[in-house]
Design a protein. Structure first.
Length: 395
């Protein structure tokens, strides 16, 4: 069966996280992803621990299904080869800081001359315009500047980053969405275009109600731990063996929760009778709830809540996540066989299609593993020509 992006060629100029996450999604969806890497070490993350048989798990987790081509872009012939590959590609993705590709003579204006249909996706920390555009950026920097750390953590004295690199990941996802939209527009116009994605923009966009609350009320949101600013109880509750999460989104759920906990008298208590009152009196409410929940285990309460459809869930560590029956049934942990690292498990593809299934086609490539194959297939170079380029330090 065809995959969703079968026949699309993506030229991957990315490294580290936000760009590689985007191009990994293209590969999962069936595109041919040609990853361009420096001959002297390749993507920075190839050197990041932990390692399995000498291969970086970090790199392998973000580059499955891609073809690795080594290319020295400081060499004139390396630049020419890149331009020739751009002629054959539908999408180019890069995540250098603004201006880097232009300095190489490989920016959008340069490459659109050789391929007017090329979608040039630039995913950077601050975008291609604005006073910060030339600054370098990493996830931690953007989470801080973009406001995420100001609303995350136990209290306002302890600004906290999200455990996952969400600034990078969201920028990667938006890059895929933007590129797909540009690809669809090309079907009408026949022309490619520049897709400009900034990590900072994406961080602001996903702050959702924190931005809205400030713009409407003028009050600056602060970290409030695991509770919700507008819904209660919508938080973490202590149990006899740890903690669990509950999400009481309306008054009917509240009534069912009270029945499970033997708290029927609180349904009509004016302090807790509706959501507005529960939010205003959450400090008292949490103490009353935890006086009940600490008397039994998380497993017990979650079982009781499930019987009456009170939204709740455990707080899983990674060992529990990767063995969760729902996660496994959705094939979100899959087995791959790497030529050097050997057998390993990695996260699966999060989008399920009924007619054009997406899947992991191959493990992450070795550095330069596909150089000869790609140059022969796409550019028609002979083994002798490829060998000569390698001797000249181009590959």
């Amino acid at each position: 069966m065809l995959k969703p992006l079968e026949g699309i060629v993506v030229l991957d100029m990315t490294r580290v996280l936000n760009g590689p996450f985007a191009t990994m999604m293209y590969a999962d969806l069936g595109a041919e992803v040609i990853k361009i890497e420096r001959p002297d070490g390749g993507d920075d993350t190839r050197a990041y621990p932990p390692f399995q048989n000498g291969e970086s798990a970090y790199f392998m987790s973000l580059n499955r299904g891609k073809k690795s081509v080594t290319l020295n872009l400081k060499h004139p012939k390396g630049k020419e080869i890149l331009k020739e590959l751009a002629k054959k590609s539908d999408i180019l993705v890069e995540n250098f800081k603004a201006g880097t590709m232009d300095k190489l003579g490989l920016g959008y204006e340069d490459l659109r001359k050789v391929n007017p249909r090329l979608i040039f996706a630039a995913s950077s920390g601050f975008g291609q315009t604005g006073p910060y555009s030339n600054r370098p950026a990493y996830d931690l920097i953007i989470q801080g500047m973009g406001g995420m750390m100001s609303v995350t953590g136990p209290d306002e004295k302890t600004p906290t980053k999200v455990g996952s690199s969400v600034a990078d990941i969201f920028a990667g996802l938006v890059t895929v969405i933007g590129s797909m939209a540009a690809l669809n527009a090309r079907n009408t116009t026949g022309r490619g275009q520049l897709v400009d994605v900034a990590m900072l923009d994406c961080m602001v966009a996903v702050l959702e109600n924190a931005v809205s609350r400030y713009l409407v009320s003028g009050e600056i949101p602060h970290p409030i731990g695991n509770r919700h600013p507008s819904i209660a109880p919508f938080s973490t509750l202590a149990t006899s063996d740890g903690a669990m999460n509950v999400a009481v989104g309306n008054d009917e759920i509240w009534k069912r929760m009270c029945a499970v906990l033997g708290m029927e008298e609180y349904v009509k208590d004016p302090r807790f009778a509706d959501n507005t009152a529960r939010v205003a009196n959450f400090r008292d409410l949490k103490k009353i709830l935890e006086d009940k929940t600490v008397k039994n285990t998380s497993e017990y309460w979650l079982g009781e809540f499930e019987k009456v459809n009170v939204p709740s869930g455990p707080i899983n560590d990674m060992a529990h996540v990767v063995t969760d029956p729902q996660v496994l049934s959705r094939k979100m942990i899959v087995d791959v066989l790497h030529p050097v690292a050997g057998a390993m498990k990695i996260p699966g593809v999060p989008i399920k299609f009924s007619e054009t299934p997406a899947e992991i086609s191959a493990p992450a490539p070795l550095l330069g593993q596909h150089t000869d194959e790609v140059l022969a297939l796409h550019l028609g170079l002979s083994p002798e020509e490829i060998g000569s380029l390698r001797e000249e330090g181009v590959l």
